[in-house]
Design a protein around this ligand. Structure first.
Ligand code: NAP
Length: 245
């Protein structure tokens, strides 16, 4: 149970982040939900409050240092502490290397990698003073394997693993754990655009024989946020149906 804990979730407006926010609330945590779409965040907060949970929305762009700092400030102003930070916000701008535009490279690295760095740096100040904290970075199986057409995305997600391990070493003495989750193919808006044929050939590569659900990732987040994982840091937890071992 996470009663009394305060969790920030970036990219909480839909997909995996939304499920992570709901799962944290179900465990008793108060949630600070962030993303750019303020209306979707307000709907999430209303849903959480409707079930008797506590949450606030802080709209912003993770790639902006000002917004990331404001997110942490507002979390502390509302709840006085930050116990859990889930860096989940992410985008894709796919294309083959030779045709990839500079702006597609920059947008993906800025959101997926720099965004996590900005939020971690701001939250780590608060967690260091508390002498406790859990940081969970949502990377991707393709950050481990590579994927044609996703040089920018795979680089951002591989970078997130280096960031996870470096920061885990820096913050361990302050009782802050830092871990990454590498989801495989999870059914969300990000994978919805696939053709049936692409989906079938993807499923064939997965030993468990199905695409993942957002709840599969949320369950792994709950473990890494819980007391049960207090001796786990700097690790990469694959939630991929066995497609990469
Ligand atoms: P999604 O449905 O597209 O949701 C992405 C979330 O990130 C949205 O809430 C979006 O909200 C937010 N976001 C995007 N850019 C942002 C920015 N600049 N600032 C703040 N928030 C931003 O994607 P998803 O499938 O749930 O993916 C969630 C995470 O899991 C991502 O990091 C993704 O790379 C990773 N992942 C997904 C899969 C998969 O198969 N789905 C597999 C491996 C890893 P707004 O648009 O409102 O800002």
């Amino acid at each position: 149970m996470l009663s009394g804990k305060v969790a920030i979730v970036t990219g909480a407006s839909r997909g995996i982040g939304r499920k992570i926010a709901l799962a944290l609330v179900a465990q008793g945590a108060k949630v600070v939900a962030s993303a750019r779409n303020a209306e979707a965040l307000d709907n999430l907060v209303a849903e959480i409050e409707g079930h008797g949970g506590e949450a606030i929305a802080v709209a912003g762009d993770v790639a902006s240092g000002t917004d990331a700092a404001r997110l942490i400030e507002q979390a502390v102003a509302a709840y006085g502490q930050i116990d859990i930070l889930v860096n989940n916000a992410g985008i894709t701008r796919d294309g083959l290397l030779l045709r990839m535009k500079d702006e597609d490279w920059d947008a993906v690295i800025d959101t997926n990698l720099k965004g996590a760095f900005l939020c971690i740096r701001a939250a780590a100040k608060v967690m260091s003073k508390q002498r406790s904290g859990r940081i969970i970075n949502i990377s991707s199986v393709v950050g481990e394997m590579g994927n044609a057409g996703q040089a920018n995305y795979c680089s951002s997600k591989a970078g997130l693993l280096g960031l996870t391990k470096s920061v885990a070493r820096e913050l361990a003495r302050r009782n802050i754990t830092v871990n990454a989750i590498t989801p495989g193919f999870i059914v969300t808006d990000m994978t919805d655009g696939m053709t049936d044929k692409a989906r079938e050939s993807m499923t064939e590569q997965i030993p468990l024989g199905r695409l993942g659900e957002a709840d599969d990732v949320a369950n792994a987040v709950i473990f890494l946020a819980s007391e049960q994982s207090s001796y786990v840091t700097g690790q990469v937890l694959g939630v991929n149906g066995g497609m990469y071992m």
